[in-house]
Write a protein that binds this ligand. Structure first.
Ligand code: PRX
Length: 570
């Protein structure tokens, strides 16, 4: 397909080539209040700064779900997040403590999360679908001291087995089993809306801890600091193209990095009205949300676009989505076919963006002012150097496939993997470079093209899943002897999870057993970690040291040559 040319418009990144040569990240700093004081708090910059600038009455949050329809101004959020910060301080939360938020999307979630950051603690967002073992792994690893949750989700938190978890704040009517428990609404009511709510931080102090999956080991805590906001702010301006009067909707849950970097920080640092839709996906609801709020800028993901593409036509025909001016995507490869459909259905180019939990913010993107090559992730933003490296860490010429790497040192780069220096160092194997784990190539015009992961990490419906966590859980089932998990290509979800298992003596593989194993994973980890396909094998391919060779399983599945088998056990 040919390039899709930009439409005329007053885009905030007009001169990509010129900016790429002249821009430095320190150019952004004067925007923020810390420029004068030397101290910072990202929550202040998101909310209070706008209230102080005379924009207090502007709508900051438009929240809707089946039962609620609310709007909160910047001034209202300034007060409620102050109350939340006071609450956390009063119950004993200290600077640097890890405080988790584990609840469905609601205004309270956003107020709590910003309150945690205002209080100087490190916010740990947990996706609401996580089950007990997934919750435990994350709270344990981070030594979380507190969690904000709902009474409905409480049974998934093994608080009696987590000695560090001393304060549990419940959002909703409930009994309070003991002194560890607090009522969010009561504590909020009892807290002042002003006073010294804000803990003033250094730029390198911790702000947010996002757990994500790799190909080996338990989920890892990706640690981000307040300084990340420089890049959240600037990319939201350049790439989301946010302007003051925009109505912006990011469909991601704050349990994932897109839902914080661009569901909280990006829009609010720019003082823009942020739409949050609670509840599950449905084409009618989603188009209805755009119509109801007059959404102008929309950031979503390929699986969602593919689901909308296959939805009955009337869903789109019945909605007025003419308010849209700019549409973007992230999280998985965006098929050229979807981009083509977007032009027809919406009359807009869907702008792909590439980044990761570890990178904290967008790095390679398509801009409103630049041509789009459908299938390409776009070009590095000004201030970012991206390259394709060979196995020795040398930069490769255009059109050769290799490791997608970024020159280390951008503002929103993760600062550590929580309590795991070795894992952190792995990313910087080639001196000076952050190596993403993605394979890609670059063309002669500087556009980058995603090819795949070069580890076993699975991307299903844009959600990143580690095979190890699922394999470990599978073998806990009494029937399962060994397990190997891979991502299998799927038209709708990008990949689905497929498990190969061998069984313990005395068990036979039946449909009932398969369903039982799926239910087991769902109840212990989460619905999105469930293998949609399970295949029985007498034996799994292993190295001589006993490691299951996922690469071989994948080759079997795809009917491809399995490559070098010299390390495989007979
Ligand atoms: O493989 C890449 C894929 O998602 C991975 C990062 O996942 P996560 O940390 O969950 O963050 C997702 C949202 C920021 C990457 O290593 N990925 C992300 N964006 C794209 C993508 N793959 C292809 N095209 C993209 N635009």
């Amino acid at each position: 397909m040919d390039k899709l040319m930009p439409s005329a418009g007053d885009h905030q990144l007009q001169n990509y080539e010129q900016m790429r040569d002249s821009f430095t990240w320190s150019d952004v700093e004067p925007v923020f209040s810390w420029y004068k004081s030397g101290k910072v708090n990202a929550a202040y910059e998101c909310i209070d700064r706008h209230a102080a600038d005379g924009k207090g009455d502007q709508t900051a949050l438009l929240y809707s779900d089946k039962n609620r329809n609310e709007s909160h101004t910047f001034e209202e959020l300034r007060k409620s997040t102050n109350q939340a910060a006071h609450m956390f301080k009063k119950i004993g939360i200290q600077k640097g403590d890890r405080v988790f938020v584990f609840m469905p999307r609601s205004p309270e979630l956003y107020i709590a999360l910003l309150g945690i950051i205002k209080a100087g603690a490190v916010a740990g967002p947990l996706f609401e679908a996580f089950m007990k073992e997934a919750v435990r792994a994350r709270l344990e690893d981070s030594e979380a001291v507190s969690i904000v949750t709902t009474p409905e989700l409480l049974e998934r938190i093994p608080y009696d087995e987590l000695p560090d978890l001393k304060k549990i704040v419940l959002v909703g009517e409930s009994e309070y089993p003991d002194k560890r428990f607090y009522s969010f609404y009561d504590e909020m009511k009892a807290s002042p809306t002003d006073g010294n709510a804000i803990e003033w931080m250094d730029r390198e102090d911790g702000m947010i801890l996002h757990y994500t999956s790799g190909s080996t080991g338990k989920p890892k805590g990706v640690y981000h600091v307040h300084n990340a906001m420089i890049q959240h702010y600037q990319t939201a301006k350049w790439v989301l193209d946010l302007k003051e009067d925009d109505i912006y909707w990011c469909t991601a849950d704050p349990g994932w990095v897109t839902g914080t970097s661009y569901g909280i920080f990006g829009p609010w640092l720019n003082g823009v009205t942020n739409v949050v839709r609670g509840g599950r996906f449905s084409p009618e609801d989603w188009y209805g949300t755009i119509e109801q709020h007059g959404v102008t800028v929309w950031y979503s993901a390929p699986t969602a676009f593919r689901m909308l593409m296959s939805a009955p036509k009337h869903a789109l025909e019945n909605a007025d989505i003419s308010s849209l001016r700019h549409v973007l995507s992230v999280g998985e490869p965006l098929n050229p076919e979807v981009v083509r459909w977007g032009m027809e259905a919406y009359g807009h180019r869907i702008h792909d963006t590439w980044w990761m939990t570890e990178t904290g913010a967008m790095l390679i993107c398509n801009y409103p002012s630049e041509p789009i090559k459908p299938g390409s992730m776009g070009k590095p933003i000004p201030g970012i150097k991206a390259a394709i490296l060979d196995n020795q860490g040398n930069e490769m010429p255009p059109h050769e496939m290799g490791h997608l790497a970024i020159k280390s040192g951008w503002p929103s780069q993760m600062r550590s993997i929580w309590k795991n220096e070795a894992k952190f160092k792995d990313y910087f194997y080639f001196k000076g470079w952050y190596v993403s784990g993605d394979t890609a190539y670059r063309d002669e015009e500087g556009y980058f093209w995603f090819q795949g992961r070069n580890d076993d990490v699975i991307n299903t419906a844009g959600e990143r899943v580690g095979p190890f966590e699922i394999e470990s859980k599978l073998v806990e089932h009494p029937a399962v002897a060994e397990a190997g998990v891979i991502g299998k290509p799927d038209e709708l979800r990008g990949e689905i999870i497929k498990a190969f298992i061998s069984l313990n003596d005395g068990y036979t593989f039946t449909d009932e057993l398969k369903t039982e194993i799926q239910t087991f994973i769902k109840s212990e980890l989460s619905a999105h970690a469930v293998p949609r396909e399970i295949e029985f094998k007498k034996q799994l391919p292993k190295t001589r040291s006993g490691k299951i060779m996922r690469r071989v399983l994948k080759a079997w599945e795809l009917d491809e040559p399995a490559g070098d088998l010299s390390t495989m056990d007979d």
